[in-house]
Design a protein around this ligand. Structure first.
Ligand code: FAD
Length: 681
């Protein structure tokens, strides 16, 4: 039971019990606002995946944080598919974890099936994914936030962001319960003073739901929309546009004929997301595979005149890479079947998610579609699929630190920035939380480079290019895929997480030990070369390939306790000693040695990418002053001037990525900045 505070349902944590807290080291300078006022350093609006990540980060970095959300029980809810990770997304989860975020730990603790996707391809595109127990996932995150130092959770609707002299200074919220004076409608208004606001309102801003001909306002199924905040953002100068997304029907597990579907099991050895999870011990739940067919396609085609996506009822753009079933049937008319994944929503629920049947067709048509699919002939639908249109802010209105150009101290993260997906949202929330906390400390914000992480790629894409449709991560978006592997996110980001104060002692110890193991194993491996088939032959020969060495280590590790073959010469004995030590290290840290082996295998390519990345890093290090007046840059082409004034890139490298800007423009800009520096020296 959470302790109750003066506002009713609050979670206030005793800082003494909050293991990883850093002390708050600044004072809140807040001017008084009339009405009931409470003061915080940061107010996070929204308790979805972005808001939870932001609040977790900022609280652990020592800020006093209020997380305002419509329903505390809805924190970290999975609005759509009950799964975390996947190709591109799984890498993001590992990066969040490496920086000290929560998502990987939550996914490990509550996953019911784990698979490494793309295993048959190169390690650069392996994507860890798990099927989650969606209720357990949300409960895990809620419990973790309840333990987060300096964090209070307030149930209510944020209606207005207050700004003074171009800087945010507070948030007005409306609550329907709790202490304080009630107005006539039984609601109370409360003002929260703060120096930074992080808006993570997801699909709730002026959300409009569609199911067939039926349209109603809402933020998510059975949840209200939040309109007032849209107006407030617009008043602050943030321009809003519209996007659309949709979800699938849910059906009752006991009504499915699984014998007619293809069973899909998890990996034999499930691999965790978090670098802190040593191993996963769980009973994995199977998923099942079925497919649409010609009859289902006929039903859909005959009813396109009732599909909001086709009648003009839905105006906004949806995710092209995750289209509704009706869009797939229309767009890929030559295909007579599309796969449907039958995914359980948890261990103790009969709700099952029909991945691949995202639709906003009317319920009577949805029912015919479901019953037309093999294995689902008698399926009972528990909730119809629907689509939602919502406000989002074109992310080119943000700096790469995710704060708005229109008003200081305002950060936006998650679906409100035009992205889709829990992982994309959580990553932005984490960075927004980190950057808001750093700004309050008076420190420079974190901008991850494109060669440092998928998170860097995503944020750079968003703030430099903007979005035309909901943005989701793919490995193809990253030009340095071999550097951004799911196995090495800790090597890329944990030191940074430590510097900013988000990586705690335990994570740091685990990371440091792994580094030490890799270093020692690296030395041993480079002295051994293997090549033959049987274990004895493989290890006894002077020439041995890396693959053979790794296979030998895996075999030896699996045959726990087996004595090594006897050495027949002094040289062999020396090699055996090395192999024995490698085996000890492998048993302790298998992922460290597997990662090392990938490094060796792709060393040539990795080197090339590093050279390329280093070249770009030089431009990345050249900061452009935020206030630079592009109208005053002599000889800059009109198009470049216009685009650069709009995007206001943070670095010369980002400027080069702005569409319409050429390398020649960058040279002119460099000369201008150089002259400005010399002039002011
Ligand atoms: C119908 C639907 C289908 C989707 N389909 C997919 C999909 O196929 N694939 C995929 O990857 N992702 C999908 N998503 C998207 C995925 O759910 C989101 O990308 C992700 O949840 C976004 O996280 P977020 O934190 O930005 O927002 P959300 O998870 O939406 O959370 C927003 C939070 O803000 C709170 N809030 C909003 N306004 C206010 C306010 N004024 N005051 C206080 N609290 C407020 C809400 O209560 C909520 O807790 C779908 C979402 C929906 C709704």
């Amino acid at each position: 039971m959470l302790p109750r505070g003066p506002l009713g349902r609050l979670s206030r944590i005793d800082p003494k019990t909050a293991g990883n807290a850093r002390p708050t080291c600044w004072q809140l300078s807040f001017c008084t606002i009339s009405g009931m006022v409470r003061t915080f350093d940061i107010v996070v609006i929204g308790g979805g995946h972005a808001g939870a990540a932001a609040a977790w980060a900022a609280g652990r970095m020592g800020c006093r944080v209020a997380l305002v959300t419509l329903s505390a029980g809805g924190i970290a809810q999975m609005s759509c598919n009950p799964a975390i990770g996947g190709v591109g997304k799984g890498q993001i989860v590992r990066e969040i974890d490496a920086l000290g975020g929560l998502m990987g730990l939550a996914a490990d603790a509550t996953g019911i099936q784990f698979r490494m996707l793309n295993r048959s391809k190169g390690p650069a595109v392996w994507g860890p994914r798990c099927q989650s127990d969606r209720h357990a996932y949300a409960a895990f995150v809620q419990a973790a936030l309840a333990q987060t130092p300096n964090l209070e959770i307030l149930e209510g609707e944020a209606t207005d962001i207050i700004a003074d002299s171009g800087h945010v200074s507070g948030v007005k919220i409306i609550r329907s319960r709790g202490g304080g004076a009630m107005d006539a409608s039984g609601q109370e208004e409360l003002t929260l003073g703060c120096r930074a606001v992080i808006v993570t309102a997801g699909t709730f801003l002026r959300g409009l739901m569609h199911c067939g001909e039926k349209i109603w306002p809402g933020g998510r199924y059975d949840e209200p929309a939040a309109g007032a905040l849209s107006l407030s953002l617009e008043n602050l100068g943030v321009k809003l546009s519209r996007l659309k997304t949709g979800t699938c029907p849910r059906i009752a597990s006991e009504s499915i004929d699984y014998s007619r579907c293809q069973r899909q099991d998890g990996d034999d050895v499930p691999l965790p997301f978090s670098y802190l999870t040593e191993r996963l011990e769980l009973e994995q739940t199977p998923c099942y595979l079925t497919a649409t067919n010609a009859e289902v396609h006929r039903i859909i085609r005959e009813n396109l005149h009732r599909a909001p996506m086709f009648t003009g009822q839905i105006q906004a753009a949806g995710p092209r890479y995750c289209p509704s079933l009706e869009t797939k049937i229309d767009r890929f008319a030559d295909k007579d079947s599309h796969p449907i994944f039958i995914e359980p929503e948890g261990r103790s629920t009969n709700w099952v998610y029909l991945n691949g049947v995202s639709t906003s067709l009317p319920p009577d048509v949805q029912e015919r579609i479901v019953h037309g699919i093999v294995g689902l002939e008698n399926a009972r639908v528990l909730r119809w699929g629907y689509a939602i249109e919502y406000d989002f802010a074109q992310p080119t209105q943000l700096h790469p630190t995710l704060d708005a150009k229109a008003v200081a101290g305002l950060y936006l993260a998650g679906q409100i920035n035009g992205t889709t997906g829990y992982e994309e949202a959580a990553a932005q929330g984490l960075l927004a939380g980190i950057n808001a906390a750093l700004a309050l400390r008076g420190q420079e914000g974190v901008i991850l480079r494109r060669d440092q992480g998928y998170i860097g790629v995503m944020i750079d894409d968003l703030v430099t290019r903007g979005v035309l449709e909901p943005y989701r991560m793919f490995t193809s978006r990253a030009e340095h895929r071999l550097l951004l592997r799911s196995d090495n996110a800790d090597r890329r980001l944990t030191e940074l997480g430590r510097q900013i104060g988000l990586v705690d002692e335990r994570r740091w110890e685990v990371f440091s030990r792994k580094q030490a193991v890799m270093q020692e194993a690296g030395g041993l491996m480079s002295g051994i070369r293997l090549e033959n088939k049987t274990l004895r032959q493989r290890l006894a020969q002077p020439e041995v390939t890396l693959e053979a060495l790794m296979q030998s280590l895996r075999d030896l590790a699996a045959q726990d306790g087996q004595a090594p073959p006897a050495a027949e010469s002094e040289n062999q004995a020396a090699r055996w000693a090395k192999v024995q030590r490698l085996l000890e290290l492998y048993r302790e840290q298998p992922t460290a040695l597997e990662g090392l082996a990938i490094d060796y295998r792709y060393a040539g390519y990795v080197e090339k990418e590093l050279v390329e990345a280093a070249r770009m890093a030089e431009l990345e290090a050249k900061r452009i002053p935020r206030e630079l007046d592009y109208a005053g840059v002599l000889h800059l082409r009109a198009e470049a001037r216009e685009r650069l004034s709009e995007i206001r890139p943070a670095t010369l490298a980002q400027a080069l990525r702005v569409s319409g800007v050429t390398p020649a423009d960058i040279t002119i800009l460099m000369i201008h900045m150089q002259q400005a520096r010399e002039g002011s020296a």
